[in-house]
Design a protein around this ligand. Structure first.
Ligand code: GSH
Length: 208
């Protein structure tokens, strides 16, 4: 299986999940700053994902899976003993999907593009920051009443995704000081060996 990734982006989430699940991945870096999009092997990334964004997962039979929240569930289901996702069809699985949808639409897309494209201007960025703060307040209260992870006692793919998105907070100047439970969760996820390994691998590929 091959993960198309770009260092410092949301493709870190499936990368973490694959390592947590004990799944060997081939990595192929995509330069998302260039049009046409090329990968590190010189391939035209538009043929992998016509939308041009990462992540994309290429299965051994050539099937391409798109969208981070689908990819992480696919990987988790390949290794059910890792308990990275509750069983398909369970209420807990729907709760996981609810979190994944929340992170994708309420957080991920509030950071990006607004906070990474200065051309939108400070007014749009301030609106995005205040929206993110409101959503983080919701996460904070949920963690305070049933953490330490988003689904309770068990680390899941939703935590890996939340960590990935909130790791942009410093760069995007999103202040996490008002959210101590969120900060504790991020610190504990950041200390996981799989997370450190994924970040080290991506950093070394960036330099390559
Ligand atoms: N809906 C997609 C969005 C992925 C996405 O936003 N990827 C960003 C990096 S975090 C990207 O590749 N941006 C470059 C571009 O859109 O051209 C998903 O969740 O997988």
């Amino acid at each position: 299986m091959k993960l198309y990734f770009a260092t410092g982006t949301c493709s870190l989430s499936p990368h973490i999940v694959a390592i947590e699940a004990g799944i060997e991945l081939e990595l192929e870096r995509v330069d998302i700053r260039r049009i046409p999009r090329v990968t590190e092997t010189g391939a035209n990334y538009a043929q992998v994902n016509a939308n041009l964004y990462v992540p994309a997962l290429e299965l051994d039979d050539g099937t391409i899976l798109l969208e981070g929240i689908a990819i992480v569930q696919y990987l988790a289901d390949l290794a059910p003993d890792s308990r990275l996702a509750p069983p398909a069809g369970s209420l807990a699985r729907v709760q996981l999907q609810s979190w994944l949808g929340f992170i994708a639409t309420e957080l991920h897309k509030a950071f990006s593009p607004w906070l990474f494209h200065p051309e939108y201007g400070t007014q749009a960025q301030d609106v995005a920051r205040s929206r993110i703060a409101a959503r983080l307040d919701y996460v904070e209260r949920r963690l305070a009443n049933g953490g330490p992870y988003l689904l309770g006692d068990t680390f899941t793919v939703a935590d890996a995704y939340l960590y990935t998105i909130l790791s942009w907070s410093d760069v995007a100047r999103v202040d996490l000081d008002a959210f101590p439970q969120v900060r504790m969760l991020l610190a504990s996820i950041g200390a996981r060996p799989a997370v450190r390994e994924a970040m080290q691998r991506e950093a070394s590929r960036q330099r390559a």
